[in-house]
Ligand binder design. Structure first.
Ligand SMILES: NC(=O)c1ccc[n+]([C@@H]2O[C@H](COP(=O)([O-])OP(=O)(O)OC[C@H]3O[C@@H](n4cnc5c(N)ncnc54)[C@H](OP(=O)(O)O)[C@@H]3O)[C@@H](O)[C@H]2O)c1
Length: 334
């Protein structure tokens, strides 16, 4: 089978397309014929900084993929040959709080990912694809989809009538916009591009701020909330945006921190003065993924896909992400 591998610190250009044997499923494993991958900022960062991330041997990138069960190993009862399945980001996180051992099971990071024709998944590291979704759409769910759901709903605790601040128009933020709209949560969404803001408005974003034209966007957010601040921030920016997010959240509000897009330092004092809950989120467990899928199905939500590229042109997907031109998700089809 064909597989792309990271081999050293060569970045996108250094990705190599190689031949590998199709693996055989062991007990509790399924062999999946991949039909689609979706890429995340994290996959791009891993390809560009493999050495710094502790990757010292050839590693297949990408956490997110969907496909068809080709073969099942001994003892597998949840899936049968021919089933449509999507993998979980962490192969070892089934339910409950995050625990030691979770990070070591991250696809496309600690272990081989899914940018290949066939891959083994644990039976407990896959879920059925919601019936209303294509392989391409389902492939977008494991990282960006579940992270948005966790940030906003499960750990975020946002409810109908709350106001959430969403930063930018990448994969996580656009999923968060769709989930907020289906849940009656008001959103204030920022972007560097007026054209992208218009597209976000079409998805139901209630208030829009161009963070490039409005560098003091936290003040704009305060004005849009009548001086109160938002209930929740889905923080994808990281060090460079966190101080402003702290300013933009209400007293007693919550920030779900996932992002590392920008660097910078913060003063922790306002976190205390405003009694903010600042929580780190790392994707989420499998049972949460299943609950998200049920909600997406109930609300007939289709993920927003910007561009689909063919497997043979997979490098173009990362180049597009690097350019920052995308809105929502970028998918590779096999
Ligand atoms: N902890 C976790 O579990 C987890 C899971 C998923 C993602 N993440 C992290 O979350 C971040 C976003 O990931 P993603 O896959 O959604 O990325 P992505 O699809 O590449 O989206 C990036 C978008 O962020 C916006 N952006 C960039 N710099 C910004 C800034 N200074 N202020 C506001 N927005 C900015 C841009 O939107 P515009 O073009 O509209 O300006 C850009 O298109 C990354 O840091 C990623 O590592 C973490």
């Amino acid at each position: 089978m064909k597989a792309y591998v990271i081999d050293g610190d060569g970045g996108i250009d250094g990705l190599m397309l190689i031949d590998r044997d199709i693996p055989a499923p062991g007990a509790g494993e399924i062999l999946v014929r991949l039909k689609a991958n979706a890429i995340n900022f994290r996959d791009l960062a891993t390809i560009k900084n493999a050495g710094a991330r502790g990757i010292t041997e050839q590693r297949i990138p990408n956490s997110d993929g969907a496909g068809i069960v080709e073969e099942i190993g001994a003892g597998v009862t949840e899936f049968a040959v021919g089933d449509r399945v999507v993998g979980t980001f962490f192969q070892n996180w089934i339910s409950g709080p995050v625990h030691e051992g979770v990070a070591a099971s991250a696809l496309g990071g600690a272990i081989d990912g899914l940018l290949c024709e066939y891959a083994l998944l644990k039976e407990t590291g896959a879920l059925p694809i919601p019936e209303h979704l294509s392989f391409e759409e389902a492939a977008t769910l494991p990282c960006a989809g579940l992270t948005a759901w966790n940030c906003l709903i499960e750990s975020g605790g946002a409810r109908s009538g709350d106001t959430a601040l969403l930063l930018g128009t990448g994969g996580v933020s656009i999923f968060a916009q769709q989930m907020a709209a289906m849940s009656g949560i008001r959103t204030i969404l920022t972007s560097s591009s007026d054209e992208k803001l218009s597209r976000a408005a079409a998805l139901g974003a209630d208030s829009l701020v161009n963070y490039r034209n409005t560098p003091d966007w936290e003040q704009a957010v305060m004005e849009l909330t009548g001086g109160r601040g938002v209930d929740l921030v889905v923080e994808v920016g990281g060090g460079g945006t966190l101080a402003k997010s702290i300013d933009a959240v209400r007293i007693g509000g919550r920030i779900s921190l996932v992002g590392v897009l920008t660097g910078g330092q913060i003063d922790p004092t306002p976190i205390m003065r405003k009694s903010i809950t600042l929580q780190g989120i790392y994707v989420g467990p499998r049972d949460m993924f299943a609950r998200m899928n049920a909600a997406l199905t109930q609300n007939n939500i289709h993920p927003v896909i910007d561009t689909v590229v063919d497997f043979k042109n997979a490098k173009d997907a990362y180049r597009l992400m690097e350019s920052g031109q995308h809105f929502g998700k970028i998918v590779i089809t096999l």
